[in-house]
Design a protein around this ligand. Structure first.
Ligand SMILES: [Fe+2]
Length: 365
């Protein structure tokens, strides 16, 4: 493994003289590893951090396009350049489709051509790596901030600690039963984790009050739906779950809050979270009452089908809740990690695919 900060290039060519010419041309600026056969090149790729792969096309054991296909499978990040004397359409089509090459260089080439092509590819490669790092840093910062808010929320009320993760767990089982797409399940997961984020704005003495709430206090608690939406409005990457979060206390009958929406006016994801939230609340000990048994909680949820809750969602709940209640005992809640839900929302990287088209032939000058 080469440890300095030069890029490392792997060159594969069955002709020794050509290989020497590549090495002589490139070694001043780059670390160069070489192989005379594709199979040897594959071994080098498996055991080294390679930034760029150059391969001759016409080789006896394994053609360049086939080798580059393996190179892509082993290390998709690396730049791939095909060297060929025959720039015919079929070879290039294979190289682009299977080997996902970034450029090709037509023989005969001059050292200047080679260096130009390699440095142009590596420049974009580096830009992509820098942007990827920036995106990862942003994602980390972002998920760290959200996790800190969730932890602050848990800390406000010891009785509800870990609640959003449990609610999300039950909600996902129901969402799967209802046949939601992967994309919607992903939104359901994010919304489940964040559904009570607005509680951060409710005074702690109200959240932990052992007795019954006054009307005024109850109004303040109800405000957590609106506060939650306002918090999420400020975070562009979470805008798509605002409505789901805001509607998790709406009732199927139209008697919920904050808007009094009913039936299909309420997002299905909110209807699911409402049931999951109610179930978890019933089986959990609270400041003002002891926990109910699983069976009793289930009966109460089923009893509110068609009034507080959607019948379809309660039906899904009834099908999954026994096994979900067992499963959650052994489930590692760290798996419900907000950071893996925002992959698709932070989009600052430049896709390597943008350079994944040969920029015309690079003719010898
Ligand atoms: Fe809530």
């Amino acid at each position: 493994m080469v440890m300095d900060d030069k890029y490392t290039i792997l060159v594969v060519d069955d002709e020794k003289d050509n290989l020497q010419l590549f090495i002589r041309t490139l070694r001043k600026d780059y670390n160069v590893l070489s192989a005379e056969r594709g199979s040897d090149g594959i071994e080098i790729l498996k055991n080294n951090r390679i930034d760029a792969v150059l391969s001759d096309h016409k080789m006896p054991e394994m053609e360049g396009t086939e080798f580059l296909k393996y190179a892509y499978e082993i290390n998709p990040e690396a730049v791939r350049i095909l060297i060929t004397a025959f720039a015919d359409a079929e070879i290039l089509r294979d190289a682009i489709n299977a080997g996902k090459i970034h450029r090709y260089l037509k023989k005969p080439w001059t050292p200047k051509d080679l260096l130009n092509v390699v440095s142009a590819c590596l420049e974009i490669y580096q830009l992509n790596r820098d942007n990827q790092k920036l995106a990862n840093d942003l994602k980390e910062l972002f998920s760290g901030t959200i996790s800190a808010i969730m932890e602050a929320l848990d800390a406000k009320d010891p009785y509800t600690s870990g609640r959003s993760k449990r609610v999300t767990f039950y909600a996902l089982r129901m969402g799967e039963e209802l046949g939601l797409s992967d994309e919607r399940l992903s939104e359901l997961e994010l919304a489940g984790l964040l559904h009570d984020i607005g509680m951060i704005g409710v005074p702690v003495n109200i959240i932990t009050k052992p007795g019954e709430l006054t009307d005024e206090e109850y109004e303040l608690v109800k405000g957590h739906t609106i506060i939650g939406m306002k918090i999420l409005e400020e975070i562009k990457q979470l805008n798509h779950v605002i409505k789901i979060v805001g509607c998790h206390h709406e009732h199927y009958s139209g008697e919920g809050y904050p808007y009094g929406l009913k039936r299909e006016e309420i997002p299905v994801e909110s209807q699911i979270i409402a049931v999951a939230d109610a179930y978890d609340g019933l089986i959990s000990e609270r400041a003002y009452r002891a926990s109910l048994s699983h069976e009793e909680a289930k009966r109460r949820i089923q009893g509110a089908s068609g009034s507080q809750f959607s019948p379809a969602v309660v039906e899904a709940f009834s099908k999954v809740i026994n096994s979900a209640a067992e499963e959650i005992k052994n489930f590692n809640m760290d798996k419900l990690d907000i950071s893996n839900k925002i992959d698709d929302t932070v989009k600052v990287e430049i896709k390597l695919g943008e350079m994944n088209k040969p920029a015309g032939e690079t003719e010898p000058t």
